[in-house]
Ligand binder design. Structure first.
Ligand code: AMP
Length: 300
């Protein structure tokens, strides 16, 4: 079934214990699309400036990424983000954000994308995320991402959004902050009461949790020994998860569990290289091989 992502396209400057890279291709919609396209076609909506190399879009098309929703802003400059990872590298320290075209982004979902069945609202202002919902007809499953900035500064808009989505994806620190709960299990349960039927909490190298009213599911991370750059791991996880759901054409408990397995495996490729290099090199066969290996790790 059809899958839509609305999010950022970026040039990232990244510092990790493995080194530093400037102006790496990044952005939530890019990582998401590269991961989801391992499982099936993806529709992308997001803004870029005139500095964005449109030749990339040709390669994406070959991979099943339909960039008809790419908005090239005349005279605009693409979003820039710069961050640093230290210690266990579970959270980025944002050094600089240059919003540029993302600052004025009002998503326009092309007519041909309005029938999208699965929708991922990547991390942007919650009102911007909500504006996408009024432009899609009757999506089967909507998953939203968010971040500490919106939890702190745009809480009412975020709470409005949470009443309108099926699932919320966030990391452990964000879940604790949103729920006002130290205990992560209590935090997950508290977020369910804010509206979403499903809450997925990412815990970096410690894996992920799935919460619903009746179920709880936990998965470890893939045991990656060489973590070069975690940038985009969360969006790659989301891409693998949603790509798998769209391929299943379902969003029930079993599909979500399977999707989390795929999300975990695709994210493990992203962290092995700087930027999108890891996930861009993955095809269905590579993902399938590591998926089988991961299944052996988690089966009794
Ligand atoms: P992740 O590591 O999966 O949370 O996502 C990292 C990606 O998100 C990077 O490629 C950044 O360009 C992008 N990003 C960082 N901050 C923002 C923001 N405020 N809005 C949209 N995208 C962002």
């Amino acid at each position: 079934m059809s899958l839509l992502v609305v999010g950022s396209l970026a040039f990232d400057t990244i510092e990790t214990p493995s080194g530093r890279r400037e102006e790496e291709l990044g952005g939530s919609a890019v990582y998401f699309s590269l991961a989801a396209s391992v499982f099936g076609p993806v529709r992308l909506v997001g803004p870029v400036g005139e500095d964005f190399p449109l030749a990339l879009v040709e390669g994406w098309r070959a991979r099943g990424i339909d960039a008809a929703g790419l908005e090239v802003v005349r005279g605009g400059r693409t979003f820039r983000w710069s961050g640093r990872y230290a210690g266990d590298m579970n959270a980025a320290e944002t050094l600089r954000t240059e919003l540029n075209v993302l600052g004025t982004f009002r998503p326009k979902v092309p007519a041909a994308f309005r029938d999208s069945a699965f929708v991922f609202l990547a991390n942007t202002h919650p009102a911007t995320q909500a504006s996408v919902l009024s432009q899609v007809d009757r999506p089967r499953f909507v998953l939203a991402d968010t971040m500490n900035l919106w939890i702190e500064t745009e809480r009412p808009a975020l709470l409005d959004l949470l009443r309108r989505v099926d699932g919320l994806l966030l990391n452990d620190g964000e879940a604790r902050m949103l729920a006002g709960e130290r205990n992560l299990i209590a935090a997950g349960r508290a977020i369910l009461r804010l509206g979403p039927k499903w809450v997925i909490v990412k815990k970096g190298e410690h894996g992920s949790f799935l919460f619903s009213a009746d179920h709880f599911y936990a998965l470890p991370a893939y045991p990656a020994e060489r973590v070069v750059d975690p940038t985009g791991a969360g969006d790659t996880f989301a891409g693998g998860l949603m790509g798998s759901l769209a391929r299943d054409g379902a969003a029930d408990l079993g599909s979500l569990k399977r999707g989390m397995l795929h999300g975990t495996v695709t994210a493990s490729f992203t962290v092995e290289r700087f930027g999108t290099g890891g996930i861009a090199a993955v095809d269905a066969a590579a993902a399938d091989g590591r998926h089988r290996e991961f299944l052996r790790f988690v089966s009794p």
